[in-house]
Design a protein. Structure first.
Length: 390
C-alpha cells in the first residue's frame, strides 16, 4: 500500500501553481503489485480534491488501464488467448481495463465531491490543428468548471501497424504534451522512486538525489538512463525527456515519489520534493510568439469599439456580437489577427469558426449561432484561452 487517507492530511494554505498536470504511473497505481491499489488512488484523489477546493485547476494523466485489464481477465479465466497474441494483448487489456480504471477514479473523486471527465488521446489528436484546438478548449473548459479531466493514451486504437502515426509512446510523454497544451504551470510526475539520482539507486548505494535541474544536458540524460519498472512503459529516461518537453514550454516539472505523504500538496505548494526541473522558457511568452507570428496568421477579424475595450481590459473572449467584418480564408483552428476599424492590431488568437462562418454570425448574439449555422463550436469567435493581446 502507498499513501493513506485520513483526517490528518495536510491542507494547502497556499499554492505556488494555479494549473497543474499530475501524471501517475502504473507502478504508483499498483504499488508494485499486479492490480490497482485503491488506497493509492484514494490518497491521490483526496490531495487533488483539496487543491481544487483552493481554486487550483488540476488535470490527471493516468496509467493503469492495462494493469486493470490484466487483473480483471485473470480474475475470470486464464489469459492464454491474450498471451498467445502479444501484438494485440496491450490493446485488448487496455480495452478491458479502461472502464474499470475510470470507475475507480470516479469512485475516489466522488467521495471527495469532485466530478471528473475522461479524455482518451492519441498523437493524431494533438498533431491535427482541429484536434489540438478541440482538445485544448475542452480541457480548459472542464477545469474552469471545477472538473478534473482524467487523461490516458487511447491504447485501444494504437495498434502496432499505426504506431508511427498515432502512438504517443508513453504517458510521461503524453503528460508533457498535455502540460504544454493547457499552459500548465506545473507538471508533477509521480514515480515509484523519489526522483532523479546521480546513478541507479537500486544498484549504487552512493547514488544521490538531484534536487534541482537547471538544464537537461548529457550529464542529466546519462543519470536518467535505466530500465522501466516491472509494470511501466517508461523508465526515468522517459520522465526526463518529458521534463525537457514541458520545461521548454515554460512549465516547472517535478519528479517525485507517488507514495510520499502529501506529495501532491507539497509539490504544488512549492516545497522541495523530489527533483525540480526549472523552465527554460517563459510559458506565456512562448505562446504569445506563436499566436502573434505573422507567418501563422490566416486572416483578420475586425471588431467594434465595445469589443476592443473589453479585449484591452483583459480576460474577455471575442464574441460574435462585437465583430463587424472579417477577411481571409481561414478555417477553424487557424490563427487570426484582431483589429479595429482603423486597422489597429489589438490581439491574435485561434478562431473557433471559419471565415465563412464568422461572416454569417458577425454582429449576432452568441445564443443565435446554432440557429444560424445549424451547429456551434462555442459561444466565442475566439476564446480568451486562445487569445493574446499585442
Amino acid at each position: 500500500m502507498i499513501g493513506h487517507s485520513s483526517g490528518e492530511r495536510l491542507q494547502p494554505q497556499q499554492t505556488a501553481y494555479r494549473r497543474v498536470v499530475v501524471k501517475i504511473g502504473s507502478n504508483v497505481l499498483t504499488s508494485g503489485t499486479d492490480q490497482i491499489d485503491t488506497v493509492a488512488l484514494a490518497a491521490i484523489a483526496e490531495q487533488i480534491a483539496a487543491l481544487v477546493a483552493k481554486g487550483v485547476q488540476a488535470i490527471v494523466v493516468t496509467s493503469g488501464a492495462v494493469a486493470a485489464g490484466r487483473h480483471r481477465v485473470r480474475a475470470h479465466h486464464e489469459a492464454r488467448a491474450l498471451a498467445a497474441r502479444d501484438g494485440q494483448s496491450r490493446q485488448a487489456l487496455a480495452a478491458i481495463g479502461q472502464s474499470r480504471l475510470m470507475a475507480l477514479w470516479d469512485q475516489m473523486f466522488e467521495q471527495q465531491n469532485v466530478p471528473i471527465a475522461q479524455a482518451l488521446l492519441t498523437r493524431r489528436d494533438l498533431a491535427d490543428r482541429l484536434g489540438y484546438l478541440n482538445t485544448r478548449n475542452t480541457l480548459l473548459e472542464l477545469v474552469e468548471l471545477g472538473v478534473v479531466p482524467v487523461v490516458n493514451e487511447n491504447d485501444v486504437v494504437s495498434v502496432e501497424e499505426l504506431r508511427e502515426l498515432t502512438v504517443i509512446g508513453d504517458n510521461d510523454n503524453l503528460s508533457a504534451q498535455v502540460a504544454n497544451l493547457v499552459d500548465a504551470d506545473l507538471l508533477l510526475i509521480l514515480s515509484d522512486i523519489a526522483g532523479l539520482y546521480t546513478a541507479d539507486p537500486h544498484r549504487d548505494p552512493d547514488a544521490r538525489l538531484i534536487e534541482e535541474v537547471v538544464a537537461i544536458d548529457d550529464t542529466i540524460l546519462a543519470a536518467a538512463s535505466g530500465s522501466a519498472g516491472a509494470r511501466g512503459t517508461g523508465g526515468m529516461l522517459t520522465k526526463v525527456q518529458a521534463a525537457r518537453i514541458a520545461t521548454q514550454g515554460g512549465a516547472h516539472v517535478v519528479i517525485a515519489q507517488g507514495g510520499a505523504r502529501d506529495v501532491v500538496l507539497r509539490a504544488v505548494a512549492g516545497e522541495p520534493v523530489g527533483t525540480h526541473f526549472l523552465p527554460v522558457g517563459d510559458r506565456l511568452e512562448s505562446r504569445r510568439r506563436y499566436l502573434l507570428s505573422g507567418l501563422q496568421a490566416r486572416g483578420t477579424v475586425v471588431v467594434d469599439d465595445g469589443a476592443a475595450g473589453a479585449l484591452l481590459r483583459g480576460g474577455s473572449s471575442l464574441l460574435p456580437a462585437g465583430v463587424t467584418a472579417c477577411d481571409g480564408t481561414f478555417v477553424r483552428g487557424d490563427v487570426v489577427h484582431v483589429v479595429t476599424a482603423a486597422g489597429r492590431h489589438l490581439a491574435s488568437g485561434m478562431a473557433n469558426y471559419s471565415a465563412t462562418e464568422v461572416a454569417q454570425i458577425l454582429g449576432r448574439k452568441s445564443d443565435q449561432i446554432a440557429e444560424i449555422l445549424g451547429y456551434e463550436f462555442g459561444a466565442e469567435v475566439i476564446h480568451r484561452n486562445n487569445l493574446v493581446l499585442v
